[in-house]
Write a protein that binds this ligand. Structure first.
Ligand SMILES: O=C(O)[C@H](O)[C@@H](O)[C@H](O)[C@H](O)CO
Ligand SMILES: [Zn+2]
Length: 299
């Protein structure tokens, strides 16, 4: 077993870095700054960051098979032309609500873009509860609403055999699982996999590894947990030098590095002085496990 190394790689902090996605073709990490209203791309080869602004809060960004990206921005799904730096609305959600926004999202193995919403935060992790829903955008641009009553929609991923959908509603402090129908994209039979312990913080973004185990970033917990979704046990804890760890994805050569995003929004000057790397992105290497490549939106 090699030893674990945690390195700050994206040293330019953002308010809330989130939704990291590895782009193999140019060894870049794509991510959003939710409240800073930006989509960013950091090149691991040149260390340069390319960036574009969004009109409102942007919860997630995913690659698109036909080129460019798709985002969950405000309460709409939108297409991004990175070359032209333009954004075009695809579909609206939460049309019956006035104070919600998209948060985390990810593409399923068939190319459907799943993303959830939440109430607007008064302070980080403080929302009017039950305002969010989970949606998926189909290749034909139609939208399916899977369920509502969500407090703070967050991390999601699918099992390697595509039979299960893993999901986090942060303020429930647990990881949940649904049965997944890959043919239709339907989810059913919701149940709990893992209940967080008090000092672990708030469950946020997550990703699956090539052994079918989940890596979950814990906001206010300064850590990433590795969970076995079959047994509901915690296998490993990796601590980060910042408390507000928000999400993670595998990337790098052969997907052997775990990239972990973080936030500084809501921290006062004293806290930021104590954690100068808050809002930066970290690379965890030497975990001895690989990730899997991200999926692209089919539409
Ligand atoms: O990153 C997100 O998913 C949210 O938008 C953030 O605001 C925090 O992480 C959340 O408040 C704690 O779960
Ligand atoms: Zn999140």
């Amino acid at each position: 077993m090699s030893s674990i190394k945690v390195e700050c790689v994206v040293k330019e902090p953002s308010e809330v870095t989130e939704g990291p996605v590895w782009e193999e073709k140019d060894s870049s990490l794509l991510y959003v700054d939710i409240t800073g209203k930006r989509i960013n791309r950091w090149s691991s080869l040149t260390n340069q960051i390319e960036s574009m602004s969004t009109e409102t809060f942007v919860g997630c960004v995913v690659p698109r098979r036909s080129g460019g990206y798709v985002i969950g921005e405000g309460t709409h799904f939108a297409a991004v032309d990175w070359q032209k730096r333009s954004i075009t609305t695809i579909a609206h959600v939460d049309t019956d609500k006035s104070k919600t926004r998209f948060n985390d999202g990810k593409v399923d193995p068939a190319g459907r873009f799943f993303a959830g919403t939440m109430g607007l935060e008064v302070r980080p992790a403080e929302v009017e509860k039950k305002q969010g829903s989970l949606y998926s955008l189909q290749a034909d641009h139609s939208v399916i609403k899977h369920f509502d009553q969500v407090d703070l929609s967050n991390g999601l991923d699918w099992s390697l055999d595509h039979r299960y959908f893993y999901y986090i509603d942060s303020l429930k402090f647990m990881l949940e699982v649904f049965d997944y129908d890959m043919q239709t994209g339907a989810i059913s039979n919701r149940r709990t996999v893992y209940q967080l312990e008090k000092d672990e913080g708030i469950p946020d973004g997550m990703c699956i590894d090539a052994e079918g185990k989940l890596w979950m970033a814990c906001y206010s917990g300064g850590r990433v947990l590795r969970i076995d979704p079959q047994t509901g046990t915690r296998l490993q804890t990796v601590k980060l030098p910042v408390a507000r760890t928000t999400s993670c994805c595998f990337g790098g050569k052969d997907y052997t590095d775990l990239y972990v995003t973080s936030a500084y929004k809501g921290m006062d000057e004293e806290a930021r002085a104590q954690q100068p790397q808050a809002g930066c992105i970290f690379k965890v290497s030497g975990l001895g496990v690989k990730g899997i490549p991200p999926n692209s939106f089919a539409g």
